[in-house]
Design a binder for this molecule. Structure first.
Ligand code: FES
Length: 134
């Protein structure tokens, strides 16, 4: 379980659970808007931003928080992001191993990775606490 209030807006928390990396990104309003404005049909792995979120206890969504796997879907490197000062060409994450660019929803946009950064099975225990289930 993690308290997601700790993460500053525009930054992310990186956690290891069972040896697997996960990103918990606290998105800015500009990043949320960028994720929502994408034409989903044009994506290599079509998924809307909302499909990649889990609901709060009251059933609504908090688009400020995005939870994804931290393993590049190409060969499993850990992409860099806001903390490393490189978010790639689409403002999300960049995998320097072979040049994959992910957007602010963690969706693959450019490079050899075939799939979006997977969204783990997680739930909101409260508005401020999530539980990632492996
Ligand atoms: Fe990320 Fe190859 S492992 S681009």
């Amino acid at each position: 379980e993690m308290c997601i209030r700790d993460g500053p807006e525009g930054g992310e928390m990186r956690v290891l659970i069972g040896g697997m990396p996960f990103f918990i990104r606290h998105r800015t309003s500009v990043e949320i808007e960028a994720a929502a404005l994408v034409n989903v049909e044009s994506l290599p792995d079509p998924q809307s931003d909302e499909e990649r979120l889990s609901p709060l206890p009251d059933g609504s969504f908090n688009p400020a928080i995005l939870v994804t796997s931290g393993s590049c879907t190409h060969l499993g490197c850990i992409p860099v992001g806001p903390a490393q000062g490189d978010m790639g060409d689409y403002g999300g994450w960049y995998c320097p191993c072979h040049g994959s660019h992910y957007d602010t929803s963690g969706r693959i946009r450019k490079g050899p990775a075939p799939k979006n950064l997977p969204v783990p099975n997680y739930e909101y225990v409260s508005n401020a606490i999530i539980r990632i289930k492996l």
